[in-house]
Design a protein around this ligand. Structure first.
Ligand code: ADP
Ligand code: MG
Length: 279
């Protein structure tokens, strides 16, 4: 049977949208309201981030709120919105990395320690960015923020392989002994080309190594969806089979057709998912 999924697309643009911040919100407020772990909050302090930027004020409450608000405490309501797709347009230097990284880490942490459905070092979030330099910057920022939380943020490198879902879900690490290049990550950061080519080499796609991925972030989404990167980006996206996937798109500029491109991409992914459910 075809699953019915309600789809909600949120366009967040702090300069024009009503979804933008209505009042000043501090990191302290967010920490209380969303029970941000003290480690995560402490790391913000350590980095000298005292007050959220405008885009962070707009996006953080929305993204941190998502699981409770849309999936309920049990997360199994079939009528629930399975994925929130957020398109954020904010200028370069406005702090978009932190705006997606904090909710990502919070959600990974919640899934691991909250409902216990995801084991350590099982990829449950992916960030794609167009260049190796950006990937490396995002990884560094992610690691600083994840310090002491037990969440592993890994930069995808050439030659790395994904664990099979069996190994990833296994109770011991011995399943991967001898495969030093097996990806150990909760959060995986990559260019689309590198991850896509690695997925193409996977021996058996049925052994779905990315089935636990519930968050996909496209940084510089206008570039990732332009003709140069589009095929590889969509190739990765389409391999994500978790029906509760949340996708967010971040960009400094809004290309002429990025909204349309994003909406059609999301529709394609959904129908792809429905048809594989129906098999
Ligand atoms: P963007 O991706 O929007 O171009 P970045 O995420 O690269 O912006 O952030 C630009 C700079 O702003 C970085 O050096 C980052 O450390 C800094 N920054 C981000 N958030 C804050 C904040 N809340 N307070 C102070 N500095 C911040
Ligand atoms: Mg950026």
């Amino acid at each position: 049977t075809l699953k019915q999924h309600k789809l909600k697309v949120t366009w967040l643009n702090p300069t024009t949208s009503q979804a933008g911040p209505k009042r000043k919100v501090s990191f302290g407020d967010m920490r209380q309201r969303f029970t941000l772990s003290s480690r995560l909050a402490g790391n913000l302090d350590d980095q000298g981030y005292t007050a959220p930027t405008e885009v962070q004020m707009g996006a953080l409450p929305l993204l941190l709120d998502t699981p409770e608000r849309y999936l309920g405490s049990h997360g199994e309501d079939s009528e629930a919105v399975g994925n929130i797709n957020l398109l954020t347009v904010a200028p370069t230097g406005s702090g978009k990395t932190l705006a997606f990284m904090i909710p990502l880490l919070h959600r990974v942490q919640t899934r691991r320690y909250g409902d216990g459905t995801v084991n350590k070092n099982t990829v449950s979030a992916i960030v794609l960015a167009p260049t190796k330099e950006l990937v490396s910057q995002i990884t560094n920022e992610g690691r600083k923020l994840a310090k002491g939380t037990g969440i592993k943020v890994t930069q995808m490198r050439r030659g790395m392989r994904l664990a099979t879902s069996q190994a990833a879900n296994g109770t011991t690490d011995s399943a991967t002994v001898g495969q030093d290049l097996t990806v150990k990550a909760d959060v995986l950061i990559s260019t689309p080309g590198l991850l896509h080519s690695m997925l193409g080499e996977e021996q058996s796609p049925a052994n779905d190594s990315l089935c636990n991925v519930r968050d996909l972030v496209l940084d510089e989404a206008d570039v990732l969806l332009d003709p140069l990167f589009r095929e590889q980006t969509l190739g990765v996206w389409n391999r994500l089979s978790n029906s509760k996937l949340s996708v967010s798109l971040w960009s400094a500029t809004i290309g002429s057709n990025i909204e349309e491109l994003a909406a059609s991409t999301i529709r394609d992914w959904r129908s792809n998912l429905s048809s594989s459910d129906a098999e």
